[in-house]
Design a protein around this ligand. Structure first.
Ligand code: AMP
Ligand code: MG
Length: 404
């Protein structure tokens, strides 16, 4: 009996099964300059107000906004405060202090007038424009107050997050250990990239693209080699793969006489959560568990392998790595040319999106089906066609999933 589910059901099953079972990975303490792409294992709090003082965001004059009720106003400049210094005295009524971007607002002042709206002669400054109270100032603690949680556990650390960690003085960060992902391509016709294939053989491209995808989600790929379509060797190699944190198989999950992956997994005591998803490409996708270890049996066609990883393995791996659930996000674009599809499947077709008259426009790339790596390399997104969208006209708004 095979269990075929819809795209939405499959995603929900992956989320439920993995977040239900998932003990969090061990924690590493890592220097800030090495955490990009890793998953935060601690809540991080502001160690001081952000900004730490009322900060000028323009070059100009710090003054009292109330002093500008009659324009032009003439104020006396009593000092200067560049970034990295402080002005210690209080600014009184009728006074101003020359201030630069990034400097702390002097006591007594409550706004900054841009230098462009002033004229200075000696210590007299003529102000030509009024300002609201706190104009051109960011108030102390307005971005985050001291003690506020600025990053939650489970957040993936990209460039912006590392900058924020630096801003609160986190030189060393607690991150989750990267899940080890075993990659096991199967197929008698599949040969290593270094080897010159015979005319009926195929190079092992899936293991390479999968390793790159695993690394992108913060996993550590481990290549197990290529399994032949033979029960005994396949069993042995799968058993080796079951020692990692996640096992990815490619190939051998269709209906062919030598598609043995599911049989072997079943003999090893696998529990299957689904054995087919109503999507194209990628329909034969399998998801299950042997003991504590989750596995995906990805269809061998390179585009199917790639797409099923993006749709299901990517969010699964994020969860296994201690990250927040990160389901695929669909954006909207206008269809360039009409499109007809069979009902009942969710399609993910290699496509290109670009901007035309401020609207995103999407068009399918020419491709020869789910084996076509050339086609997918030419794509920058997937056009998503839902099961009920059998007829789409040029100009219709459709869903698009970015490729990376
Ligand atoms: P399968 O899912 O085993 O029926 O394979 C489907 C198609 O994908 C076949 O044309 C295979 O030759 C191809 N294929 C399987 N494994 C790989 C691989 N590791 N790299 C590239 N192509 C593969
Ligand atoms: Mg095969």
């Amino acid at each position: 009996m095979t269990m075929v589910v819809t795209y939405e059901q499959a995603l929900a099953i992956v989320q439920e099964r993995i977040s239900g079972a998932n003990p969090l990975p061990p924690i590493d303490s890592v220097p800030l300059d090495q955490v990009r792409g890793r998953v935060l294992a601690e809540d991080v709090f502001a160690d001081r107000d952000l900004p730490p003082f009322h900060r000028a965001i323009r070059d100009g004059y710090a003054l009292r906004a109330a002093d500008l009720s009659v324009l032009p106003a003439v104020l006396r400049c009593v000092g200067e405060v560049p970034a990295g210094r402080s002005y210690e005295a209080e600014v009184g009524s009728g006074q101003c202090v020359s201030i630069m971007t990034g400097a702390p607002l002097p006591l007594g002042s409550d706004a900054v007038v841009m230098v462009e709206h002033t004229r200075s002669v000696g210590d007299q400054v003529e102000i030509q424009r009024s300002v609201r109270q706190w104009e051109n100032v960011v108030l102390q603690g307005s971005e985050a107050a001291v003690g506020a949680r600025i990053l939650p556990r489970g957040r993936r650390l990209q460039a912006a997050e590392t900058g924020l960690l630096a801003a609160v003085g986190k030189g060393t960060v607690a991150v989750y250990r990267q899940p080890r992902v075993a990659i096991l391509p199967t197929g008698d016709e599949v040969v290593p990239v270094e080897k010159l294939p015979q005319w009926f053989q195929i190079r092992n491209s899936n293991a390479v693209s999968l390793a790159a995808q695993v690394a992108e989600v913060g996993g550590a790929p481990a290549q197990l080699g290529i399994a032949p379509d033979r029960r005994d060797v396949l069993t042995e190699m799968i058993e080796r793969g079951l020692k990692s944190d996640l096992l990815l198989l490619s190939g051998g999950v269709s209906m062919g006489k030598f598609d043995l992956v599911e049989e072997v997994l079943a003999e090893l005591g696998a529990e299957f959560f689904f054995q087919g998803v109503a999507i194209r490409p990628g329909k034969p996708l399998v998801f299950g568990r042997v003991g504590d270890l989750f596995f995906f049996g990805l269809p061998g066609n390179p585009v199917s392998t790639f797409v099923t990883f993006e749709l299901f393995v990517r969010p699964a791996l994020a969860l296994l790595g201690g990250a927040e659930f990160e389901p695929p996000v669909f954006l909207r674009a206008r269809l360039a040319s009409p499109c007809r599809q069979k009902a009942g499947l969710t399609m993910f077709m290699p496509a290109r999106v670009w901007v035309q008259n401020r609207d995103p426009v999407v068009e399918l790339v020419g491709w020869q089906g789910s084996g076509d790596l050339v086609g997918i390399a030419a794509a920058n997104c997937f056009l998503v066609i839902h099961p009920d969208q059998t007829e789409l006209a040029a100009g219709d708004w459709v869903d698009v999933m970015p490729k990376e």
